[in-house]
Design a protein around this ligand. Sequence first.
Ligand code: ATP
Ligand code: MG
Length: 477
Amino acid sequence: MKEFVSGEIFGIIRSCSESLGVRSYVVGGYVRDSFLGLESKDIDVVVEGSGIALAEAVGKRIHARVSVFRTYGTAMLRFKGMEIEFVGARKTSYKHIAGEQIIEDGTLYEDQQRRDFTVNDMAISLTGEDFGTLIDPFGGIRDLNAGIIRTPVDPDTTFGDDPLRMLRAVRFAVKLSTPERKFSIAPDTLEAMGRAAETLKSVAGERILEELNKILLSPFPAMGLRIMQDTGILMQILPQLSRLETVEVQDGKGHKDNFAHTLEVLENVIHFEKEASLEPKLYLHWAALLHDIGKSVTKRFDPAVGWTFHGHEAVGAKMVDKVFRSLKMPLGEELKYVRKLVSLHMRPIALVDEVTDSAVRRLLFEAGEDIDDLMILCNADITSKNPRKVLMHRANFEKVKVKMTEVEKKDEIRNFKNPIDGNYIMELFGIEPGKDISVLKNAVKDAILDGVIPNEFSAADAFMREKAASIGLKPVE
Ligand code: ATP
Ligand code: MG
């Protein structure tokens, strides 16, 4: 495997290691990606000795600044756009009394035993006679070729040491998969995930979120979510979503499996993004994932019509808040965006029956800049198995889109800015800030959205003066 370590930096690491009298190895993602023919900007180096001392020696040689993390015994430096991390080989053992984990110096083999998966566990020697030799004690190459994610040691041990590795298993399965070849998780590893799912409760929300986001941005998130659901992992981290799978039957009538539907919608969104050459948008994926989240709580059976989910979009939008908080997600613009898409996702469908200008204006006003994303979500939401129905729905949406373009051209609602501002009202009538101002402004906004007046100053001003007179306001002389 000499060709994988022919870069200049490896020669420098070799020479510094040999001066210090230590053995070093490149491990993990870099080796895996080299075998896959992928470029990787991260290089992880394991040293049988001090990682910090080797990093400092290398840093001195190439005149690079070294960042040292003493608590972790690691050090990092940058070289020609690469990020190189050095760590001493470790073994993990347990203080039995407190059950606390302690890290001790170890050999390469011991270090490899405590890594997550065989495909991430291959090392290439950077020192001595065996420079460039692959060290693969757990069958990483075999598993990489077969497309299998497997823990190097007993999976109960691997997941017991760090439950987050269960989500990493899912992440690597979806990340390494290609359309031609899907990766799968080895049966015994998968079974261990089922047994350990509950222990994810002890993992910090931020770490879980990071993996979830990576899964959602991978090419096959639906596949990952299916694994999470079947192993019980999803019930631990996103119970509201997991519950959508329950299908109830009453009077011989069932409803659709809303979990399977959600996965399809997510896949469709990704398909549409690709079709339009758009970058995958993380929070659009979140919106797809959460769009029907209100269905498990709004579900009712009405003997006359069967199952209904009335108001699931409004209830779902409220639940989005809880999900964001529980996963420590950002509570600013991102939350607002997902909440908006969830709460509006039924609106374009409702429009299809009666595409009036004012209904379209309302939708444009409420969706604002996010109208295109909303339309992607709504199109993705059509998952009927009946091709005629799909075509009909799509055609209807096209009609709505055409109408939206017309209305937008005429009235410019998308970035709606009220032509009447509060200061103008205060000066005109000589009044102080108060509720009259919002009453007048809202009246103008509604009149524009309802098509009573055009979206322009003179019409809005006349309308506002009339309204003001009706509540007893007179312009100052
Ligand atoms: P990526 O392309 O996502 O960076 P990577 O394989 O480099 O993939 P990292 O998270 O950067 O993944 O970790 C580097 C290496 O460290 C992994 O390949 C793996 O061997 C090991 N590793 C990282 N996190 C863990 C963990 N939680 N448990 C066990 N081993 C881990
Ligand atoms: Mg990495």
